[in-house]
Design a protein around this ligand. Structure first.
Ligand code: NDP
Length: 603
């Protein structure tokens, strides 16, 4: 009897929580989905200009290179480095930014920092010998590391910065890709790589009146230090001492920069639509003696596989990283393994997952209450959704920032900002006069790939990638696509699809690129292409799996779930290897090592 009562009261709590989550989600769902955001162009084009480096005039390129890679972030750097190690040095990397770094070139907002441990987040640590200074390093160190990779592997020589590809077309006559750019370039490349990244086109919220604001405004990915004072290294934003500042958005970016704004601005209004879940960060310096002991041959690959194993398969006996990510995974697994083997059925495993998540989210909500002095503010900062519904955040100064006397949380109860006027921001009929609006409103995700990349890939017989993928993504390993010879895609879908440490996917794809190009060279092949049969088989395998690891439709809307709008059967094609990320990394390593390149034809 006692047991029954306990269990039913537990069920009741879970039901109440589910109902709260559903209600919070429902009030945030918008019929316009991704269309609620404004594409930055025309009147808003100034939001895209580069505040960090001037555009240097140069003559257009009309030559031929062995390998052209579009994107100078981690993807391009990793591919370039692995190609250099395979003695392919005629590599040209293109990027719209003024240097290498990708996301870390653009995102220099105060407090920017990696969210995954540096030991596994920073690529090529072993090859460069760089010791990260902190468990979670700050953005300037990441950008400098990107430059280090560029220098060490000779990638600066042929790089084209402040350059956007406008067309990328397969030329069957010369068996090469023709690339034109916004800088007048028109050159060919035997091979191409595409690593344009998932989050690189900033977006603005479509708030009525956004054009009318007469004060200063910018997007977090184009931080205006001339206006705010300070620098990316964390110097105080001293020019905000007498300024009233609004920040719109409370996602992962805002969580990192708000503490700096709160310390410096005269008045800071934080406009919130949905609170982030903000767990403990616990950052600290990395000790040189400890690092020297850890960093033996092959260490970074071991750490990568260890983190991935801890997060997914659970086959690791130790946890090298030990952070909020692995803690979450351990809790879920502990609940599942507490079930007797015969009860490990999908419904019970889901319930175990839910229990683990409820426990974690309760802790996170309790943290808001413990840290934030004003009870009402603390209440509004509590996140009412499952932790993986939105990007989990970790920070030890964000919640504390709301204890600063000049910082005010303006919660919009899921509705978003009502209006922007010439003088400020309106919520629930109250106008907040401000000198500056900072848009922490994120990046385009659900918009068409060709809009984000700035071109549509045109393969054999004039077929476009957008048409080829209209009914869902098709590839072998997420890297090779039939009809698009000598092209390599560097991204997560149809591969490991491992989101908690994104660079692990990129690092692996770079190995595949280098191995494939090396094999083409050794065998004298000019063209490499995946067969239709191999691609079909791989797509069937992907479709047999559970689909995306994140982005459940019952989650609060955001870019993880296409703003809550069901993408239909197409969504499943963007899933990963059904047996999970660790199994994928083992599988693909064996595929490369076999030397057979099964599924590819070299001719
Ligand atoms: P997000 O898309 O996560 O956040 C955008 C924010 O703007 C949300 O809080 C959103 O609210 C809010 N918003 C949108 N429209 C309105 C409106 N009309 N009124 C009020 N608020 C509005 O962008 P971020 O730049 O924060 O983060 C993007 C991603 O970049 C992260 O998820 C993460 O993957 C990555 N990132 C990684 C970091 C790292 O690794 N260190 C650091 C920072 C970012 P709502 O939630 O309701 O949609």
């Amino acid at each position: 009897m006692g047991q029954g009562t306990g269990s039913s009261s537990h069920t009741l709590d879970k039901d109440a929580l589910r109902a709260r989550y559903r209600a919070e989600r429902d009030k945030r769902l918008r019929p316009e989905g991704n269309e609620q955001y404004i594409e930055i162009k025309g009147l808003f084009a100034e939001y895209l200009s580069d505040p960090y480096m001037p555009v240097v005039p140069r003559a257009p390129k009309t030559d031929h290179v062995t390998f052209a890679f579009i994107g100078g972030g981690f993807s391009g750097l990793l591919a370039g480095a692995r190609l250099a190690q395979a003695d392919v040095t005629d590599v040209r990397i293109l990027d719209k930014a003024g240097d290498f770094g990708g996301t870390w070139y653009w995102n220099r907002y105060p407090g920017a920092q990696c969210d995954t441990a540096s030991m596994i987040y920073l690529p090529l640590l072993e090859e460069t010998g760089h010791q990260p200074t902190e468990k979670y390093v700050h953005a300037p160190e990441i950008l400098e590391h990107c430059r280090r990779i560029g220098r060490q592997f000779g990638l600066y020589d042929k790089a084209l910065f402040h350059t956007q590809a406008k067309s990328v077309t397969w030329d069957e006559g010369v068996k090469a890709w023709r690339i034109t750019t916004d800088r007048g370039d028109n050159f060919t490349a035997q091979f191409i790589g595409l690593g344009t990244g998932p989050l690189h086109v900033p977006k603005l919220p479509g708030i009525p009146g956004i054009k009318d604001f007469q004060g200063h405004a910018f997007h977090t990915s184009r931080w205006d230090y001339d206006y705010t004072g300070g620098d990316p290294q964390g110097a105080p934003l001293d020019r905000l001492r007498d300024k009233r500042v609004a920040i719109i958005g409370t996602g992962a970016t805002a969580v990192q920069c708000i503490p700096h704004l709160a310390r410096s601005a005269h008045t800071l209004y934080v406009f919130q639509r949905t609170p982030s879940s903000v767990d403990i960060r616990n950052n600290g310096p990395i000790d040189a003696d400890w690092f020297a002991k850890v960093a033996g041959p092959g260490w970074q690959d071991r750490w990568l596989m260890n983190f991935t194993g801890n997060m997914t398969s659970g086959t690791e006996t130790e946890d090298l990283v030990q952070d909020g990510w692995t803690d979450l995974a351990h809790r879920i697994r502990a609940r599942i393994f507490a079930l007797p083997p015969e009860q490990r059925l999908p419904a019970n495993m889901w319930a175990a997952y839910e229990d683990a998540d409820n426990e974690k989210m309760s802790e996170i909500r309790a943290r808001a209450e413990a840290v934030v002095r004003d009870r009402q503010t603390a209440e509004k900062l509590k996140a009412w959704y499952r932790q993986l519904c939105k990007r989990p955040c970790f920070h030890d100064a964000y919640l504390q920032a709301f204890n600063e006397p000049g910082t005010h949380l303006i919660d919009t109860d899921g509705k978003g900002v009502e209006r922007i006027t010439a003088r400020g921001v309106v919520v629930a009929g109250t106008e907040y006069d401000v000198d500056c609006i900072i848009y922490a409103s994120g990046f385009e995700v659900g918009t068409p790939l060709e809009r984000r990349a700035g071109f549509d890939l045109v393969g054999r017989d004039g077929a476009t990638l957008s048409e080829y993928w209209a009914d869902g993504m098709r590839s072998l390993h997420g890297v090779h696509v039939h009809g698009f010879p000598n092209a390599f895609f560097v991204q997560t879908a149809q591969g490991a699809n491992f989101i908690a440490n994104y660079p692990h996917n990129l690092s692996d794809a770079a190995k595949t690129i280098a191995a494939t190009v090396r094999h083409a060279r050794e065998t004298g092949a000019r063209v490499v292409e995946v067969t239709k049969e191999a691609e079909d088989k791989w797509v069937s395998l992907i479709l047999s799996g559970p689909g995306l690891m994140i982005g459940s439709q019952d989650c609060t809307p955001g870019y993880y779930n296409n703003e809550g709008q069901d993408r239909g059967p197409v969504a499943k094609s963007y899933g990963g290897y059904p047996m999970g990320p660790s199994a994928y990394f083992h599988y693909i390593e064996a595929w490369r090592q076999s030397g057979k390149f099964e599924g590819l034809v070299f001719g």
